[in-house]
Ligand binder design. Sequence first.
Ligand code: SAJ
Length: 419
Amino acid sequence: MSKLNTICVIGLGYIGLPTAVVLASRGVSVVGVDINKDVVTKINRGEIHIVEPDLDAVTARAVQNGLLRATTTVEAADAFVIAVPTPFHDGKADLAYVDAATASIAPVLKKGDLVVLESTSPPGTTESMTKRLAALRPDLRFPNVANGACDIHVAYCPERVLPGRVLIELVENDRVIGGITPACSERAEELYRIFCTGSLLKTGVRTAEMCKLTENSFRDVGIAFANELSVICEKLGINVWELIRLANHHPRVNILQPGPGVGGHCIAVDPWFIVAAAPEESRLIRTAREVNDGKPAHVLEKIKAAVDGARAAGAKPKVALLGLAFKPDVDDFRESPALQIAEAIAEWNNCEVLVSEPHAVRLPGKLADLNHVRLGSSTRDLVAEAHIVVMLVNHRSYNEIQRADLSGKAIIDTRGVWS
Ligand code: SAJ
């Protein structure tokens, strides 16, 4: 089988761009494709459009060395990696971007090429993609489970990297590779061997698709357990943080941390792919989603009670909200429960909202341009000014706020920082 000299990565987002850059850093010639002209222009200048530690320097080097080039149209290559979004709306996965990527590579495919789908996808998507390619290119033989012989190899290989550690985890994490046939898995293994130091675990295509969904659902169910415990403990007058610390001393117990809800574009979304594929059977997975999605409303009730209390005492309350990102120490606000909570409070219009978010230069979303919502630069000053302090995201920089700074204020601590 010929070497993979040129690789075309389609979708230059949170996964596609780092993958393209890491491949280029191993001496492979990479063409990155994105429909967004601004993204393409930026990358060709050696700059990046997302925030991820060290990605800027590695991208600049790859572009300078001539190994990474971005474009808006797909070009011929030895391998194609599809890393486009698969949003979930109205109870089902929207595969329009995968379909568009599939249609775009069909005309340039040649005998011996490899096609890998990385986008989070419902089981069966890679097989449908292969059938579509076969219909578009009747001159080439595509793989199917019944007939191993083929001109094009096709596999699914999910990404599993943690935002904030992408360049490390892309290289070091183990990867699951699901070829349509065993020969497809082996061909895809050649691609990941270029930059992965972790184990490359070969399996069937549907198992690989389901594996990604399973990993994120497992975490979602775990967080839901912690979130449900936090609500139970509140009712029973028990400190949930102490309870979890103690229970986790058991050698086979490892409870995750409660919070204001689950955010980000993966864990809050991927379990729905499983629920959509098997609605009747996915009882626990669905309930976990509902528990986690219900947590912001529960936090809001507590904040409302504190605001009503302060107003009854005659004050126009000032509420300090610490953190808006979807999790600590990132600047990503997608599906953020903290942002959802802040936007809901802003709509009440009955208190002044003081926001601390060290990772934002301006207020995101619906919070921008509201007179009664203010982004402060000093968290310490915001806390000093507030009647009510709400810990939403435990960014490292908030360690400077001690319990003593909160004396006389109502505290709603969703992360157990001061508990
Ligand atoms: N969270 C809690 N309690 C916890 C842990 C997390 O409330 O104990 C919350 C966070 O605050 C955040 C959300 O859950 O709102 C998700 O954060 P996360 O750090 O668990 O995960 P993500 O979304 O940043 O990345 C996940 C990872 N998946 C798993 O750990 C199984 C990552 O490896 C995946 O690559 C990524 O999803 C993805 O792209 O699918």
